[in-house]
Design a protein around this ligand. Sequence first.
Ligand code: ZN
Length: 86
Amino acid sequence: MISTSYDENERTADVIDIASRNEIAHTNALINARRDAANKPQIHPDFDGKTCLDCGEDMPVERLAAHRIRCTHCESIIEKRNQMHA
Ligand SMILES: [Zn+2]
């Protein structure tokens, strides 16, 4: 007679297990996507290769070398904005 409730518990555990596995896979995919986006060279038709796309300030050499199109300040604003929408 224990079989019914036992099976029910097993099934519930499976569902939770699958759900948490999906959650982990989803989170990993998000992290990978963010990391890929962060490493990918940024391009923009309006970027002049010298100054920040948003504020027009001269770009630090290391930002240009990393193929960024915005200064760290403007980039952080965008990242914050993206996090709010995430
Ligand atoms: Zn800027």
